[in-house]
Every structure is written in C-alpha cells, then in structure tokens.
Design a protein around this ligand. Sequence first.
Ligand code: ARG
Ligand code: ZN
Length: 470
Amino acid sequence: MELRALTRLAVPAVAALLVLTTGCTGATVQGRPGASGLRDPYFPRAGNGGYQVEHYELDLAYDPADGELHGTAVITARAEQGLSSFNLDFSGLKVEGVEVQGAGARHNRTGNELTVRPAKDLRKGEVFRTRVDYTGRPKAVVDPDGSKEGWITTEDGAVAVGEPVGSMGWFPGNHHPSDKAAYDVTVTVPDGYEAVSNGELRSRREVEDGETEFVWHSAEPMASYLATVAVGRFKVSIGRTPSGVPVYNAVAPDQAAGSEAALARLPEIVEWGSRRFGPYPFSTAGSIVMPAQTLGYALETQTKPVYSGAPDEELVLHELAHQWFGDSVSPKSWKDMWLNEGFATYAEWLWSEDRGGIGAQRRFEAFLAGDTSVDPHADAAWDAFPPAAPPGAEHISDDPVYYRGAMVLHRIRQEVGDEKFFDLLRGWATDHRHGNVSTADFTAYAQQRTGHDLRKVWDVWLYGEGRPKA
Ligand code: ARG
Ligand code: ZN
C-alpha cells in the first residue's frame, strides 16, 4: 500500500518535470472517446477509432468436453488521439475484468461494443496495453448472408473463423481488416487434443496433469478475420516446400485419406504462387482440415487455411492464392472483397492454364456465354451486380464478386498482354505486401503500372450492370 502510494506520487512528479523542461502540456491530458466503428460501408460498427493495434497476445484454455473457453487478451495498441475511452469489438462471452496499463479500467458493453475507460486518459501516440479476461461458452456469430463464424464447435473440438466479423465472438479486438497486427496465441487443451493456430509453433508442452499447452507465433501483420484456433484430435504432418517454407498440416482423422492428394500439392502450389505473384508472403504454410460440415465454406486463415472436410486441389489452390491476395494484400473495406475473391478465382484459372487444362481465355468466354459445360459456375455471374459494387453486406461473398471479379482481371490481360499483366499481378502483390488496399488503389495502380488507359474496363466490367458485350 505504501509502496503504491509512493509510485503514484512519482509519476506526476516526473510528468511535471517533463512539462517544465519541454513546455508540452502532457500533464493534463484531455482525451476524448474513440469512435465505436470505422464506418465500413457494410459493417459500420466493425473496428474502432482512436487507436491501432500492434500486437495481440491471446491466452486461451478450452475443453471440448464442456465447451468452456477461458481467455485472456493482452492488446498492445498505439493511441492515435488523446483517449478518455475506447472500444473493442466483442460479442457474447462474459468479461471478467479489464486493465489498461496495469490499472483496473471501467468497462461496459452495449451489443458487440465493449467500451473501456482507462483510469487515466491516454496520450496521443502513447503505446498502451489492455488486458481483458473473459470466459464462457462462445456462440457462433451469424453473418448477414446467414453463414456462421466465430467459435464453431464440432463433436470433439472447435475452430475459430472470422470473415467478415466473426472474430469478435472469440476475442476482443479492433475487428476490421484495416487494422493488422502481430499475434502470439497460447492455447491449453486436455491431453490428446491438438491446438493449432496461425504462424509458427513455438512450443508444445505438458503444463499440468492432463493439459497440453501450444504456443503459436505470427510475426507478419494479420487482419483479425484471418486469425484462427482449431482444437481437435488432428493428425499432424510437417514438411517443407522445395524452397524451404515450413508446412504444417492438421487434419481431422476421418478426413485424412480424402485430403491426401490435394494436400500433397500444397508445396508445389506455394512455389507456383511465388513465381506468379512474387515471394510467398509468410514464414509458414499449411492447412487445417476440420470434420466434414463443420462450416459451409473454407477460409483463407493466415498461413493455415481452414477446410470444412477434405478439400480438393482447386480449393487448396484458391485458399493459398488468398495468402497473397486478401491476407498479405488486404482490403481496406468489406466493399473491396473482389480484390480477394476475384484474384483467388483468377489464380484457379491460371493454375489450370499453366498445367495444360482449360485456359483462362476459354473460361472467360464460357462465363460470357454462360456455358456451364466448360465451368460449372459459368452461369452464376450475370443475374446480379457488378463485382466492385455488391449491393449490401449480405452479398460480399456472392458469385459476381468471385467470377466477374476474375473476369475483370482477364479483361485487363486482354488489353495489356501477358507480359504486362503478369508484371501487374506481381507488382501489386509485392508493392502492397502486408498492406491494405481499395479498389481505387487497384485501378490507379493498374493504369500506372501497365501504362494503359483502362477506364473502359473499369466502367464496363468492374462497375457496369449486366452482361457486357465482350
Ligand atoms: N473467403 C472464403 C473463400 O475462400 C469464403 C468465405 C465465405 N463466408 C461467408 N460468410 N459467406 O472464398
Ligand atoms: Zn476465396
């Protein structure tokens, strides 16, 4: 008690001294509340204003038998303004306590917005740490399009996925893709289970009787929707790509046989992507194959995509292509989704072309004609909206975003020729590596990089309604 009083005294004394010597007004900080959302066109409450996260440290304990998650999140962030309070996006789970800079902080939650009021205002530029302790049985977050995200339980495990806003269902954070951060994730599970997350496995050890702790590290910046944890009785296999990228595959035992052929291709796909799109953007690669029907989709979770049941080669290719397009080069807003999906879909077309299968030109023509004998999705794109203008939050993962998005890229290729087109793909992935981009960034970049006036392509193919005449 006495010691505490002493240190409390010492801080204002130092601050006062600083004011005297520098003349700044730091001693009487007047913070204001950080915004409760980043005004994303489709998810206006997602993310929060006033700070940028640098690092998430998540310490989780999960027992599949009772479905209880115990979590501690330590979030290191930089204040972008003086802050009297700030928000975290967090859904469901019970908050047991919040500390900012080691001192208890007042907090309250309305909907998915956890407002934190630090004991002392934060200065603009200050790097501060927030600790949130939480617990409970996570509920899935239901997306506007009806699909499920967040912490999804299986018969004997769980997996966390977050596109677009599911991550608030398993950890508090700044849940918008425009704020990327590094992660350290520790997961403790009962013996016999594996716990898998993004990045590299730093350690795996028995901590207490019957419990195993897994420590995962992601140094490269990650958008929170790409963070994952999977718990299950996985079969784990490790290896390397020919150029030395470590590979970690965790596969539900009953999906192992069905996954084998596609996962065997993974090293080759990473190498192929590195040639087509520039160096693989992360220090590890891999996969998490969940039991069939865990989710209604696969997700490009960073370094280790999540599959719902055994994937085929094309799906592995798609999720790995996202490592460049979506994970490394991430959207600034959820309206820019075609920059993820159009590119990953076009990567499928290219992979097929490079391997002597159907060429991208033939596929483009099939889509234009709606000829499903060439590609089963060929008639899916025309009944709705142009790729860069999904009409609402529930449409950001619809077919036009994928297929008409891919067609935009092929139209550019037709205009500028192969050499400039592949230079554009590589340049885009390289120049925006680990960054965030918008559609306007892309159109400007494409024109400047290729030296072509592509405005008609944008008007007709990116923003135009209905089926263009080729
Ligand atoms: N981004 C995922 C993919 O690889 C699909 C996610 C679908 N999510 C959804 N809410 N519909 O294509
Ligand atoms: Zn995709």
